[in-house]
Design a protein around this ligand. Structure first.
Ligand code: TEU
Length: 565
């Protein structure tokens, strides 16, 4: 059934501050995006997701919003936004916005009112709580619960003025909104309708499985060596999560949903929950971002790197593919603004295999059943940044976690840096590499975060000129989704689940069958799959190898897609 347009769509994420700077202030902006729309049209993507551009103190790069209906002057104004939207629509693409409503900025008018007095009408719009019984408010350990914030420190901030604490699961400048209060929900829905009326095509919803809390706010378990408890049982996939998302659907989307796309970001979501969230008959969201596959290289100790086991990764994707086969729909991603670059993480970013492994990773991801998301620069095979010291990081998460780990938890700067270098979010946030001019052609000024020095080799101009580049390979991958129905609707079967080097699966739709194989190693490996001989002579739809593998023998980081009927 191809009734839902986004099943055959590919989404491209833009992180505006790092995409393109049009005015030389070192910060990307809306005009920069407008100037590069043809790059995206040529790539062939259907939808653009724009990370937050709203008015914001930029404590968490715009994920802390002080006015949901204004554009931050860093990026432009509403006029520029309308021009961008028109430019996107003119090229036959759609634009979805980032919706950040688990929390606002502490500089939002709502919070200013809420914190002003205990009896302010908006007091209950946020999570205010007194100190722990018997404890002196504002003293160490008197926080209402033992929860740690994602960015380090307690999740509670004491506010002198009224003698109570407010909850912030992220930074102190990101107070959590209280979705239990119907006025909060109505204010959010009204804002969403305003953007839809303006012409936007949907929303990516930030940490939308944190909006419903267990209102008893129970303490969480404390891991050995940790300073705070893990409160996630009290705020992830809470009791009213489905109810709130369905209500949002009714209040915002009902009657105009068909042309729109909604995707909920949901750290820690399970397959069973995701089935419910994305079951169209329940009218909640179209798809969710799960995190299992980007947590596959994470161990029990946050400051230790665990190498990826391919069998683990295949187990995860296999489970999600099977779980959402009948009801619901998957989203597919390797990268976004919170994740390290996939070619450095699960591929090989050295000169010999960077391009090959980037293409292989793209192939394996995009041929799954689900809607693929490409993060800016992924289509060029951009890599992690060679960070030398903590001073080179700008991300509030890296800086907060670094100081908590080194100052309070006895970690050495070196062990923490080793992990941040591999996993830190700033790896994704270095400027988009447009050409080999200074700062990668991102800005004529000084970029807010340094460009990766490899821009002289890895850049869009070079890739567009080279028919064999990662860029042109991604173009073909996207085209394949648009032209081969089995990519969109075929059944999924994982092969070789116990192989640590090869990732292989089939997709079958009526009498069309696709076989996808990717080699996650620099060794040459033969794929011992049933019926190998007949596959060897099948039509090759796409491969990163100049001559397709003979006898299903895969060279280093090779990928191939076969079709037979
Ligand atoms: O991220 C949510 C989230 O789960 C992050 O904690 C993420 O997993 C982590 O930072 C990875 O290192 C969203 C946004 O995508 C992120 O940029 C924001 O900082 C965060 O919410 C708060 O709005």
């Amino acid at each position: 059934m191809t009734d839902l347009w986004w099943k055959s769509a590919v989404v491209y994420q833009i992180y505006p501050r790092s995409f393109a700077d049009s005015d030389g202030d070192g910060m990307g902006d809306l005009r920069g995006v407008i100037n590069h729309l043809d790059h995206l049209a040529e790539l062939g993507v259907d939808v653009i997701w724009l990370s937050p551009i709203y008015q914001s103190p930029q404590d968490d790069n715009g994920y802390d919003i002080s006015d949901y209906q204004q554009i931050d002057p860093l990026f432009g104004d509403l006029e520029a936004f309308d021009e961008l939207l028109a430019g996107v629509h003119h090229r036959g693409m759609k634009l979805i916005m980032d919706l950040v409503v688990n929390h606002s900025s502490d500089e939002h008018q709502w919070f200013a009112e809420s914190r002003s007095s205990r009896d302010n009408p908006k007091r209950d719009w946020y999570w205010w709580r007194p100190a722990r019984p018997g404890m002196e408010p504002g003293t160490p350990g008197a926080e209402p619960t033992n929860w740690g914030s994602v960015f380090g420190g307690s999740a509670w901030q004491f506010d002198e003025k009224t003698g109570e604490y407010y909850l912030h699961l992220f930074s102190v400048k990101q107070p959590d909104l209280n979705w239990e209060n119907p006025e909060v929900r109505e204010a959010v829905y009204a804002m969403m309708r305003w953007w839809l009326d303006r012409g936007v095509d949907g929303f990516r919803m930030d940490v939308i499985n944190m909006i419903s809390k267990d209102v008893t706010l129970p303490d969480g378990p404390v891991q050995a060596g940790a300073s705070y408890g893990d409160g996630s049982a009290g705020f992830l996939n809470g009791p009213r999560n489905h109810e709130f998302l369905h209500e949002m659907y009714e209040q915002v989307f009902a009657g105009r949903k068909e042309s729109l796309l909604t995707v909920g970001e949901m750290p820690g979501v399970t397959v069973d929950e995701a089935i419910k969230f994305t079951d169209q008959s329940r009218a909640e969201v179209d798809m969710v971002f799960q995190f299992d596959h980007v947590w596959a290289d994470r161990g029990p100790d946050p400051w230790q790197l665990v190498p990826l086991k391919l069998t683990t990764l295949k187990g995860i994707f296999g489970r999600w593919q099977a779980g959402l086969a009948q009801v619901g729909w998957n989203s597919l991603y390797w990268n976004n603004h919170d994740q390290p670059r996939v070619v450095s993480r699960y591929g090989d970013d050295g000169p010999d295999f960077r391009a090959a492994s980037a293409k292989m990773l793209g192939t394996v991801l995009h041929l799954h059943r689900g809607t693929p998301y490409i993060y800016q620069g992924e289509e060029l095979g951009m890599t992690n940044y060679p960070f030398r010291s903590i001073d080179e990081f700008r991300d509030i998460e890296a800086l907060g976690q670094f100081s908590q780990a080194t100052e309070r938890e006895g970690r050495t700067p070196d062990e923490v840096l080793t992990v941040l270098r591999a996993r830190g979010r700033d790896n994704a946030r270095t400027p988009m590499q447009w050409d080999d001019s200074p700062h990668a052609g991102f800005t004529t000024g000084t970029p807010w975060l340094a460009a990766n020095p490899n821009y002289s080799v890895i850049n869009a101009a070079a890739d567009r000129a080279d028919p064999d580049s990662v860029f042109h390979y991604y173009r073909k991958l996207i085209d394949l989704r648009h032209t081969e129905p089995a990519v969109v609707n075929g059944d999924f079967t994982m092969l070789l689940p116990n192989d640590e080097r090869l990732y292989a699966y089939t997709r079958r739709l009526a009498d069309t069958e696709l076989l996808v194989i990717g080699n996650f190693s620099a060794e040459t490996v033969r794929a011992g799959i049933p019926g190998a001989a007949s596959w060897s002579s099948a039509e090759v739809l796409l491969s990163n190898a100049s001559t397709p593998p003979a006898d299903l023998t895969m060279g280093p980081w090779q990928a191939v897609v076969y079709r037979r009927r």
